[in-house]
Design a protein around this ligand. Sequence first.
Ligand code: HEC
Length: 146
Amino acid sequence: MSDPAPTARAPSKASRYLFVLIAGLVLGAIGTVMAMRAIQARQDHFPDSLMTVMAKQTQLLGDSQKQNRCTISDTAPRLQTLRALANDLETAFPGLRDDERFQQHASRFRATLNDALAKPPADCASLAAISQKVGSDCKACHQDFR
Ligand code: HEC
């Protein structure tokens, strides 16, 4: 009888390597997910949340205009919310608050909304003008800082 050891052990060694390889991949995947979760949890969601709400309010203003609902009671609440949210721009971006251009963009945005609230749009044409101004204030800051 010849010694069966070398041929008999070869497949078991290969399956052991395969097991180690798969275990390594699985542990690697679990580790990656855990690391990504940890990074995400440490992230501050405030800046993105502020922008998301501002974007929603702006979109709702645009929707009002498209639906021909341009009375003060349709639009003033949106403009008031945008104006209040604009107070938090510096809080949301602490790394940018000392930048002069950022302050200018934030101030201009607030000024646009102050004007809009002082003279609320009474028809769709004036709402369109305000929406355009608001949109260009958003864009101006994004061009420099986003
Ligand atoms: C004074 C500066 C400034 C103004 C004004 C501004 N933004 Fe932003 N916005 C930023 C910065 C900075 C970012 C990048 C945030 C980031 O990547 O974390 C951003 C990101 C965003 C984003 C992407 C958010 C995300 O999930 O990553 C949206 C949407 C947005 N802004 C909408 C608006 C809208 C709508 C307006 C106007 C109504 C506006 N922003 C006005 C500075 C501004």
